[in-house]
Design a protein. Structure first.
Length: 153
């Protein structure tokens, strides 16, 4: 598995071979965007939620590309409280590293339309330290389900 020239990488969390991915992701020096999908954080199974999202900080830490501009997390969430399952402290610490200096956007996509405003406020609060340090980073919360349909095939 060679990733040398990838600009965009999709990480399908329920299929990920973490060891193999993290052994190879450091060679992807041109990576500009990474999308994690699908991330099921619905409240009906909290243990599986933790299992899926725990890989996100591990993968973000292993990335060596300093060209990352976009991080996308495609979710399935039934409440704003479901976002508490993410390790926001760890994510904030990792994204504050020098290699993420070009980060411009963190997109949480596929959010239920009625949760978008509350989710944006909650996630901005969780990432406050990062946003203070890097004010150019934009938090985008979207409910565009069609965009990611191909990634779930």
């Amino acid at each position: 598995m060679v990733f040398y020239s990838l600009d965009l990488m999709f990480v399908v969390l329920d299929l990920v071979d973490l060891q193999r991915l993290t052994d190879n992701i450091e060679y992807c020096s041109n990576l500009q965007s990474i999308a994690f999908c699908p991330v099921n954080i619905n409240s009906f199974n909290p243990n599986s939620r933790r299992e899926e999202v725990k890989y996100i900080p591990i993968i973000l830490q292993k990335i060596t590309s300093s060209s990352i501009t976009d991080i996308i997390i495609v979710v399935s969430a039934d409440s704003v409280a479901a976002f508490d399952v993410f390790n926001w402290v760890s994510i904030t610490k990792i994204l504050g590293q020098k290699k993420y200096a070009n980060l411009r956007r963190i997109t949480i996509d596929n959010v239920n339309e009625d949760l978008v405003a509350k989710a944006k406020k909650t996630i901005a609060k969780k990432l406050k330290r990062l946003l203070v340090r890097h004010p150019s980073v934009e938090i985008v919360i979207s409910h565009d389900k069609e965009r990611w349909r191909m990634s779930q095939i």
